[in-house]
Design a protein around this ligand. Structure first.
Ligand SMILES: [Fe+2]
Length: 283
């Protein structure tokens, strides 16, 4: 085991990926959350209003970005200035991005394209990630495993081996349990073996959980339904077996009532508490 799983003095706990739709009922979330994940690319100063900050208090935050395209050979830096100013404002515990690219030269797509799983790509991605960390005054930057629907031609190693290569290059992982489950079904591998390997080899910043649905024989990371039981079960194991400092619920597309969000938060609290107690017992 390379990383402490006792949590040390830093613990995030149960968090929510913040959406402007939640602002109307924000008073119903008082005392239920330990931290918020702020999505950088939707930030305009209006998503987390002063009113929300006043009601929820100054909760710890993490910043989540989707447009740095760190998997590109020459990632753009359009987001860096926004990230930097948000870091000054929010003092986030983590900044997170994706193991993917969305830009290649003058071309840009509105999606997460999978990187080629090979040594050179891991070294390049790690270099870009560590460069971003330096641009953000040394803040910790972790990378999220994404859903993918094809294996990149020329990939020489598996996804989990690629994540371990990133760990060897000092890049922490933000482990999305729903993405892991969706990929494991679409490409037929054992998600528990994946969690065990990552837990042993990688520093895990925190976890994402979200909903998925089936379409045309594929599972899709739709984020528009409740988190499934199997994803909660895997999240519990990940809390036990990795260094994750917290768990974040992702619910997008304006599809959830505040009651549904409250239920998801309660479930996350229960899973987090059980997983952390198990981790403490083993340490
Ligand atoms: Fe995610």
């Amino acid at each position: 085991m390379l990383f402490s799983k006792t949590g040390g003095t830093i613990e995030l706990g149960v968090g929510l990926s913040w959406r402007p739709e939640f602002a109307r009922d924000v008073h119903k979330l008082v005392g239920k959350l330990d931290f918020l994940e702020i999505i950088v690319d939707e930030w305009g100063g209006h998503l987390l209003t002063e009113n929300c900050e006043r009601i929820l208090g100054k909760l710890p935050t993490v910043l989540h970005s989707a447009t740095c395209s760190l998997g590109s050979t020459y990632p753009g830096d359009a987001t860096t200035a926004i990230l930097s100013s948000l870091c000054d404002h929010l003092e986030p515990r983590w900044v997170t991005e994706h193991i993917s690219y969305s830009q290649a030269g003058e071309y840009e797509v509105n999606n997460f394209l999978p990187v080629r799983y090979e040594d050179d790509s891991a070294v390049q991605l790690a270099a870009n990630t560590n460069a971003l960390s330096r641009q953000l005054a040394g803040r910790r930057v972790a990378l999220e495993n994404t859903c993918y629907f094809f294996n990149h031609p020329g990939s020489e190693i598996s996804e989990k081996e690629f994540l371990i290569k990133l760990a060897c290059n000092k890049v922490p992982i933000m482990l999305d349990i729903n993405n892991l489950y969706v990929n494991s079904c679409n490409f037929r591998y054992d998600p528990m073996e994946f969690i065990r390997l990552i837990g042993d080899a990688c520093e895990v910043a925190y976890l994402h959980v979200a909903g998925h649905r089936e379409s045309g024989g594929w599972l899709l990371d739709s984020h528009d339904v409740a988190v499934s039981d199997v994803v909660w079960d895997l999240a519990l194991e990940a809390i036990k077996l990795t260094s994750a400092e917290g768990i974040v619920i992702e619910r997008d597309h304006n599809s959830a009532s505040i009651q549904e969000i409250q239920c998801e938060i309660e479930r996350a609290r229960s899973v987090w508490t059980e997983g952390r107690q198990s981790r403490e017992t083993k340490s």
